[in-house]
Design a protein around this ligand. Structure first.
Ligand code: AMP
Ligand code: GLY
Length: 422
């Protein structure tokens, strides 16, 4: 069969890597892809947000299965569009994906489904914000829509809460996403990501993982898309059954009741403290960089799982995981998550890839005059797989030590929270 992966980051390279191993796939495309996907798939020069262009391509080539990586095309309704043209596509409908694309929708949804989450208020005016600021004292203040991970401000005083509301409501900053604001109780604990394959009725959990969102070691500095991740994380291990029962089962029931069954990957960002958990956010897709370590440990055929989700027979389909652990370290451009330069020559990727247990997923890379160069903020996702988390971390950093480009920045402490536990 012919498969198409949409997107161009490290997550999409990991999806291509895993899908290319499927015995069912004999031709793989990636739109638009990066230099890494170009080695295992045929890159197609169509942007992930160009829904009409993607549809025309899929129809012309007779694509049998399309897999969407990023949130934007999902929120734009690419799954609905492809299905209405009789094409098979793995992912949630635009309505189901409101779990990610609207924080206010997600909070109301969780309240009505009885899913544990932080206490919250939805506000539409400064007067309401003043009331909420006094009520909460400390809070996470969130723009309502997709804001590329930059729409959340953590506030420790009522004054900070009001400032944050004003910042997020600035005209032009987040567009409509900034009009409605969610203010919620500040939770303490450790974060983990729990992703699940969903077929509308049944959810099968992946291995729990942990992202590292801040730019600098020790969780300092600005929020980013994610600077590294590992799996499985001991922070969530042992809680899987309860997370399944209290988060994923009610979420799928509530979605079905609303007439928008959830098919695809559902990602719950959790805050865990003393064996208890609350959902911070839902995402309607694989995490980036969580997908890199998690898919590295998936033993089953990913295409079989995705087909089972589309056909509503995930219950009868094996989702098996490898023993051991995986750790992914992101190599970023100097300046990321703010402005950064592009076009810096990258060396050492082949050498790193030849190391036992190391896979180098590309994110912001491209080829220029036959050379591999940087073309994004997050450039490479160096992933180590080993018998234990220590071993996986060691392998990832061995891989990192081979690679260099001007201004390369990475965190030295990916997985440290897990090491502290073992
Ligand atoms: P979100 O996009 O909603 O996951 O928020 C981004 C990040 O903000 C999360 O990964 C947390 O680090 C932090 N955050 C969000 N909501 C809360 C909360 N209620 N309490 C504490 N931290 C939060
Ligand atoms: N790594 C966080 C996300 O994909 O949203």
């Amino acid at each position: 069969m012919k498969a198409l992966v949409i997107g161009s980051g490290g997550r999409e390279h990991a999806l291509c890597w895993k899908i290319s191993q499927s015995k069912h796939v004999d031709k793989l495309y990636c739109a638009p892809g990066n230099a890494g996907t170009g080695e295992i798939a045929q890159n197609v020069d169509i942007k992930a947000e160009d829904l009409d262009g993607l549809l025309a391509f899929a129809e012309k080539e007779g694509i049998d299965l399309t897999v969407v990586g990023p949130d934007a095309p999902i929120a734009q309704g690419i799954v609905d569009l492809f299905k209405s043209h009789g094409l098979r596509i793995f992912g949630p409908s635009g309505s189901a994906a409101r779990l990610e694309s609207s924080k206010a929708f997600a909070k109301r949804f969780m309240a009505s489904a009885g899913i544990p989450t932080a206490r919250y208020m939805v506000i539409n005016s400064i007067e309401e914000a003043e009331k909420a600021a006094n009520d909460f004292q400390m809070a996470a203040v969130k723009a309502d829509g997709l804001a590329a991970g930059k729409g959340v401000i953590i506030c420790n005083t009522p004054g900070e809460i009001l400032e944050a509301v004003k910042t997020l409501r600035q005209p032009g900053l987040f567009g409509d996403a900034g009009k409605t604001i969610v203010i919620e109780e500040l939770l303490k604990g450790e974060e983990a990501s729990m992703l699940a394959f969903c077929d509308g009725k049944v959810a099968k959990l992946m291995l729990p993982s942990q992202d590292h969102k801040r730019i600098f070691d020790g969780d300092k500095g600005k929020n980013t898309g994610g600077m590294g991740a590992y799996a499985p994380t001991p922070i969530a291990q042992g809680l899987e059954n309860r997370i399944h029962e209290q988060v994923f089962v009610p979420a799928l029931e509530e979605m079905s009741k609303a007439g928008t069954p959830y098919i695809g990957v559902l990602y719950a960002g959790l805050m865990i403290s003393d064996g208890d958990f609350k959902v911070l956010e839902f995402n309607s897709r694989f995490g980036d960089p969580e997908a890199q370590p998690v898919l590295s440990l998936l033993d089953s055929d990913l295409v079989e799982i995705m087909q089972a989700c589309i056909d509503g027979r995930l219950g009868e389909t094996d989702v098996k995981w490898k023993q051991g652990a995986a750790c992914c370290v992101i190599l970023a451009s100097k300046g990321y998550p703010d402005k950064y330069d592009k076009g810096k020559a990258i060396t050492g990727v082949d050498e790193a890839s030849r190391m036992d247990g190391v896979t180098v997923f590309h994110a912001g890379t491209s080829m220029s005059a036959g050379r591999l160069v940087t073309s994004g903020g997050r450039v490479l996702a160096v992933t180590g797989v080993g018998a234990s988390i220590e071993d996986a971390i060691k392998k990832a950093y061995f891989g990192v030590s081979c690679i260099s480009f001007e201004g390369m920045h990475y965190r030295k402490d990916i997985g440290k929270a897990a090491l502290a536990r073992v």
